[in-house]
Design a protein around this ligand. Sequence first.
Ligand code: SAM
Length: 356
Amino acid sequence: MSMSKISTLLDRIYESDLPSGADLEQALALENQAELDELFGFADQVREKYCGGGIFLRGIIEFSNFCDKECFYCGINKNNRKLSRYRMKEDELLKSVEYLASAHIKTVVLQSGEDQDLDPLWLKDVISQIKSRFGLAVTISVGERSAADYQLWKQAGVDRYLLKMETLDEDLYNSMHPKMSFKQRLCCLDNLRKLGYQVGTGNIIGLPGQSLKTISRDILFFKQGNFDMLGIGPFIPHQETRFSVFPGAQALLVLKTIALTRIVTKNTHLPATTALGSLDQDYRPAGLRCGANVLMPNFTPQPYRKLYQIYPGKKCIDEPVGSCNFCLESMSKENDRFIDYGQGDSLKLRKVGLNV
Ligand code: SAM
């Protein structure tokens, strides 16, 4: 495609309230270096205009790898009997939070598998303590729960919730999530929004059966939902899963999806995910150059960190806890950016209910 045609295509996507799926598919298919430079450069300008040069840090603590679900791609799925399971104790978790706070990080993400044995009152107490002792922004990512649990945690002071849809193709979703339902997951997202959470969702790029058409549908959903945060990461095959035989994602397709998501959503927080850093090379700097504005250092202590293997080759699995700041500072400087040690709340105007 000529440069002027690409520029017209990207302008149309950027300016439209709801871009056409065909335009997004065409942009996702861009291949040669000059075309990609145009796309990534455009996304980078949109990021600069709507989000500025700061990179927000979200410190993640993976406090349990118990999971009741059987997702075909995920290494901590219930059927992986080779994995030792753990649940961090409250004092261990709070110690990790203290460490994270001492590294000047202002947001903690508490993540676990979908564990119905997780006591909502236990988590409520943890949240209250984090709020009163450290005053951090808190994001929870523990999967599908009742509206009552979401409300309990919101009342305890949680700010944000991360629940990825993984794909917005209902049949594809249902085909790889046994005993789960696409509609139920959507309903959870809607409950979270109604309760006033800052809501994050996202997808996995490179899932078997996915196409440029389904990815363009994901991007349209991201636009319509006006989400506060969107996590877009590559599929990385794990040997103890049903999907072990499939090839992993191409980094380039992930970067193109991040770039287009930036162009359509303007000011949504987009992480350069740890999974993007865990491919054949670390693609997080490339992610930061095509629209991303968030990094997620890992504060899960050993020996648990090694056991939260949702995919193999996870970045920094052997690093000492808290060694991230220096590395992330240099990554940001090398890309003419800076770490913003603020809380990094949503840049969206608040809305109630999913607008889809
Ligand atoms: N259980 C919570 C939930 O479902 O929201 C959070 C934990 S789940 C393990 C966190 C994320 O890991 C998922 O949303 C999914 O996108 C990602 N994930 C799992 N397996 C993966 C794989 N093989 N490759 C890339 N991402 C994967």
